[in-house]
Design a protein around this ligand. Structure first.
Ligand SMILES: Cc1cc2nc3c(=O)[nH]c(=O)nc-3n(C[C@H](O)[C@H](O)[C@H](O)COP(=O)(O)OP(=O)(O)OC[C@H]3O[C@@H](n4cnc5c(N)ncnc54)[C@H](O)[C@@H]3O)c2cc1C
Length: 476
């Protein structure tokens, strides 16, 4: 890096480059930006710049690019793979997007809205609702993650089954490229076949190709009716059969299908105040599913009929429908409380995997058998977006374990689970990205052709390698 060796001179030059944008350098004010929310990583930084206009950000990036200063974009800092945390060198600049948080436009007739990257996901959802529309991205972190972070991780969440992931919800992107040029393609078009889809490339790039400053998002009409049910099922195969039946009965109205093992529900009930198991805890597997509609229609009846048929064939053992909005929210609070409950329960090893839905039963059976055999002191807590073939396949040590024991076990468990995922044609990162946590895993499970093409794209857009160095792959 060609940062002046004299730290004082470097900061003075950086401050000039930031212009009107605040540059935080005090130990206490910078501290929250230096580690991820799971405290897996802790870095250092030259400072934290907080631009609130595209022009300011463009100046800062051009300055960093000219001097080879590494840049780490940070949104809500809720991601799981350390992608928003600087390295330990103290030579990188963190750029926080929180001040770029304007809703630029909502076009209800076109079902689209344009928002700045630093808008909280919850604010985007609320602005859409106030315009009589619906923005379907839904994560447990909605109150603290930013739409720029959601797009940069191509976030998934609870409604992917029907509406797709963040990339599927995006019509246009505005971004500042590493050399400070502004890529502006905020077209609100559903049809636009004009060359390479560069917006799709910037989405999911985890800040390694540029900084997203705004996006034009797809909206849907407001949801008028929902029907939500909690089911007990005999096993994962039955759950997948029920998924197919619900699809057959409800078509595209099926927007969520979450698989929950007893262990996950027990954890939530123990560690999240006010949470209770809707169907008790006498079964091994449960499902939380939801239908929704843009028109008034008797969804409860439709769901009840489909579940009655599934009960008669033994694929559902027991079921309860949310009788009102309070019960619906209670079902979802239980589901969304699981990550927090796991954290409170103690140490664990997390995997965010996906396999084809049809392969889920075999994968879960084989991977669970491996965990029982190889980690007898661990408890498997494998839950999540089964309708998308995505499970958070986690192992927790509920009776306590020292950090050293977990650190020794972690690579062994990760290798076994990810090898099984690969054998079933799956992905080692379904929705959380690569960050710095899975750099080695990406290398192991990705072909040389694919990795080489990714690196070529990185070199073309960021020849000096200033954008989020060490994330997705190690600098070449
Ligand atoms: C309780 C909880 C529940 C969650 N549930 C889900 C879930 O269901 N599905 C899911 O997918 N994730 C989930 N997450 C993970 C997390 O919320 C998502 O990954 C989210 O999209 C991250 O957004 P963020 O603003 O916090 O990004 P950050 O953590 O700040 O950054 C993530 C990555 O994007 C880059 N980045 C951030 N902003 C920009 C920008 N404007 N331009 C370029 N790069 C940028 C960063 O450098 C980093 O690499 C959950 C997290 C928590 C804590």
């Amino acid at each position: 890096l060609s940062v002046p060796t004299d730290a004082g001179a470097a900061l003075a030059a950086l401050r000039r480059a930031c212009g009107a944008a605040p540059l935080l350098t005090g130990v206490d004010e910078v501290a929250p930006y230096l580690s991820d929310h799971r405290h897996l990583y802790r870095g250092q930084a030259l400072g934290v710049a907080l631009p609130d206009t595209v022009a300011q950000l463009s100046e800062i990036l051009a300055w960093c690019n000219a001097r080879g200063v590494g840049v780490v974009p940070q949104g809500g800092n809720t991601s799981y793979c350390g992608g928003a945390t600087p390295d330990e060198s103290g030579t990188q600049l963190v750029i926080g997007l929180a001040r770029m948080n304007r809703i630029r436009a909502i076009d209800a007739a076109n079902l689209s809205m344009t928002v700045e990257a630093g808008c909280l996901l919850a604010s985007v959802q609320q602005a859409a609702a106030e315009a009589g529309c619906y923005f379907p991205l839904e994560l447990g972190s909605a109150g603290s993650c930013q739409i720029g972070g959601n797009l940069s991780t191509n976030a998934g969440g609870l409604n992917v089954l029907r509406f797709g992931m963040a990339r599927d919800l995006t019509l246009g992107i505005e971004a500042v490229l590493p050399d400070g040029r502004v890529f502006q393609r905020l077209r609100a078009l559903r049809k636009d076949n004009t060359g390479y889809d560069l917006k799709a490339l910037l989405i999911g790039a985890e800040g390694t190709l540029g900084i997203i400053t705004a996006a034009t998002l797809k909206l849907w009409p407001a949801i008028r009716t929902t029907a939500t049910a909690f089911l007990a099922v005999p096993d994962v195969s039955a759950a997948i059969a029920v998924l197919a039946q619900l699809r057959g009965a409800a078509g595209e109205r099926l927007n969520s299908f979450e698989l929950l093992p007893r262990a996950a529900i027990e954890l939530a009930c123990r560690h999240i105040p006010g949470t209770r198991a809707p169907l008790g805890l006498s079964n091994e597997w449960y499902v939380l599913c939801e239908l929704s509609s843009f028109v008034d229609e008797p969804l409860d009846e439709l769901l009840q009929q489909a579940l009655t048929r599934a009960i008669s064939t033994g694929q559902v053992l027991d079921a309860t429908l949310a009788a009102n909005e309070g019960q619906r929210l209670a079902f979802w609070a239980l589901r969304e409380g699981i990550p927090t409950a796991q954290r409170r329960a103690g140490l664990g090893v997390k995997h965010d995997i996906s396999v084809p839905v049809s392969a889920l039963p075999a994968f879960v059976a084989e991977a669970s058998a491996w965990v029982r055999r190889a980690v007898p002191d661990g408890t498997l807590v494998a839950y999540g977006h089964a309708g998308d073939g995505n499970l958070h396949f986690n192992v927790n040590w509920l009776d306590g374990a020292d950090a050293q024991h977990v650190a020794t076990q972690e690579p062994v468990i990760r290798r076994a689970i990810h090898d099984l995922v690969a054998a079933h044609g799956g992905s080692i990162s379904a929705e959380h990205g690569i960050g710095q946590l899975k750099v080695d895993e990406l290398r192991r499970y990705t072909s040389a052709v694919e990795l080489g093409t990714m690196r070529a794209i990185k070199r073309a857009l960021d020849p000096k390698g200033i954008m989020n160095p060490g994330k997705i792959f190690t600098p070449s």
